[in-house]
Design a protein around this ligand. Structure first.
Ligand SMILES: [Mg+2]
Length: 171
């Protein structure tokens, strides 16, 4: 048995992504539809766990405390619906190779063990193919948030998190 869970990538899924990383509050934006999507999933009984690569730490661009600050901002902006946050601070070119960095699936597996997640009832949602690869490796169904026509190995392709939540809730 176990709990059902939606594992969520952060940047580009819960907040608007930036090429130069999201670590300052003034550059942090939650798009319309995200709070509603998360609250609907929560009400349906899904655990909501963030799985995010934060290699800006390995690169010396920002610190762990900045990741927690952004996480708190997401919580405040969405009605405190997230159950947990797992992030990988490493990058193979700057410090160490880690299976916790997506497309590695180790962070998903750690969270799944702690929360006794039923993988067959759960999903990974991400905007990059490395999120999809990590989710597939962990045995999850996967949902890629990207423009229509994007090539992907994901189970489903949708334009945004609200569409992803509608799809999950239709199961
Ligand atoms: Mg992303």
């Amino acid at each position: 048995m176990g709990q059902k869970c939606v594992f969520l990538d952060r940047d580009g899924v819960l907040n608007v992504d930036r090429v130069d990383y999201v670590y300052r509050l003034q550059e942090f934006i939650i798009p319309p539809g995200v709070p509603e999507a998360l609250q609907a999933l929560k009400q349906a009984g899904y655990l909501l766990i963030v799985i995010t690569n934060q290699s800006g730490i390995a690169k010396g661009i920002y610190e762990r405390k900045d990741v927690y600050m952004i996480h708190e901002a997401i919580q405040q902006g969405t009605g405190v619906v997230l159950d947990d946050l797992y992030f990988c601070p490493y990058h193979e070119k700057f410090d160490s190779h880690s299976l916790t960095r997506k497309p590695g699936s180790l962070l998903i597996e750690k969270a799944a063990a702690k929360y006794e997640v039923d993988m067959s009832a759960s999903f990974m949602v991400g905007d990059h193919e490395r999120d999809i690869i990590a989710g597939t490796r962990a045995g999850l169904r996967t949902i890629r948030i990207a423009p229509a026509g994007t090539e992907t190995h994901a189970t489903h392709l949708v334009p945004d998190l609200l569409a992803a939540s509608t799809l999950i809730l239709s199961e």
